[in-house]
Design a protein. Structure first.
Length: 359
């Protein structure tokens, strides 16, 4: 039965190639189902299923990930189940489920203090000891605190607040000291849906999707002023974003219809365009392998490969699960983690992990 179940899982959430042959090995351990080796036909796939972890009783959506590099843990925000999940970074074993949150959205690992910040849209945000998982302190952020981006040049965090989920007719992007929650500056938007952002680590700009107004705003970090607005012409509801700073390229995902747009971050010009899966909640850039992973709730991850700053192609559509729409690249381990949300269904909540094939 164990072998049969593992084969079924590999066929359901393996790479895009069909499971036409029996895998060479299969194993289950510690409550985690390890992904079987893929058949020869999928040997060149950019992602290969390595395993999954179940979350019994979980309902609603997961949100974003963070990786604790010191204690070898993976954290994922259980947004609609009001808890934070903690997994072993090597085995995928579920280590702890931490309840009591309002709406945990974004996570930030702070290595100097070995702390994990949990941005909560409904309750005060918590700072955890990443080793013991105990709460060290809390601080309040404005209602609706959600998407966030870290600026390593200042060691500050930028957080989207307000918006329609509060509900509030406008939104703000605030710059905070992540250790204390102290606000440094605030950028106002006359918009009730401002979503994901990308931050230059070696430059002056922040790029943020103003979703309900259908434009991408460019913000000067020093002044906190919007310096450019680029209308997204190809589709509506621009939301997730990732950034390849080395090539000055942005990956912007739209939802109506689903598209992946590659933009020049200096001019806003569209370089390439691809069909994206439905219900994407995150796109992540893998600089080492020059790939963008577009995680969609439709049940697959689109892999866009860069052959040059102006040359892109969709290398694969990797099957995942319905609701698998947030992800993180663990570059040190060459692994992609994907959270599969059960949403309103009765499906099992899962976290999947894939081995990344180097280019």
């Amino acid at each position: 039965m164990i072998l049969k179940f593992t084969l079924m899982l590999a066929c359901a959430i393996g790479a895009v190639a069909a499971c036409a042959k029996s895998p060479e090995t299969a194993a289950t351990a510690m409550g985690n189902t390890a992904g079987a080796n893929l058949p020869d036909a999928a040997a060149t796939a950019p992602l290969r299923l390595a395993g999954s972890t179940d979350f019994p009783g979980y309902t609603g959506d997961f949100d974003h990930f963070a990786i604790d590099t010191r204690d070898n843990k993976v954290f994922v925000a259980g947004e609609e189940f009001h808890e934070v999940e903690v997994l072993d970074r090597t085995t995928g074993k579920l280590l702890k489920r931490i309840p009591g949150y309002g709406a945990p959205h974004s996570l930030l690992y702070m290595p100097e203090a070995n702390e994990m910040l949990v941005i909560d849209g409904e309750k005060p945000s918590t700072v955890l000891d990443a080793d013991t998982l105990k709460v060290k302190r809390t601080y309040p952020l404005p209602a609706g605190a959600d998407s966030a981006g870290y600026d390593s040049s200042t060691k500050h965090l930028w957080v989207v607040t307000g918006g329609k989920d509060v509900p509030q007719k406008d939104s703000n992007l605030i710059e905070i000291d992540p250790a204390t929650g102290k606000t440094i500056k605030s950028v106002h938007f006359d918009a009730d849906h401002v979503e994901a952002l990308a931050i230059e680590q070696n430059g002056p700009n922040i790029y943020i999707n103003v979703t309900d107004k259908n434009y991408l705003a460019v913000i000067d970090k020093a002044s906190g002023k919007v310096v450019k607005q680029w209308h997204i012409k190809e589709a509506e509801q621009n939301a997730p974003i990732a950034y390849d700073e080395a090539s000055n390229r942005l990956f912007v995902i739209t939802r109506k219809p689903g598209k992946t747009l590659v933009l020049n971050s200096e001019s806003g010009a569209t370089i390439a365009e691809f069909t994206a899966p439905a219900r994407v909640d995150q796109v992540v850039w893998d600089g080492a392998n020059r790939r963008a992973y577009v995680a969609g709730g439709e049940g697959y991850t689109s892999v866009i490969e860069q052959d040059g700053p102006d040359t892109y192609r969709e290398a694969a559509q990797i099957k995942t699960l319905p609701g698998a729409k947030t992800a993180i690249v663990d570059a040190a381990n060459n692994r992609l983690w994907v959270a599969a949300s059960p949403g309103d269904s009765k499906a099992m909540g899962k976290v999947l992990w894939f081995d990344i094939a180097p280019r």
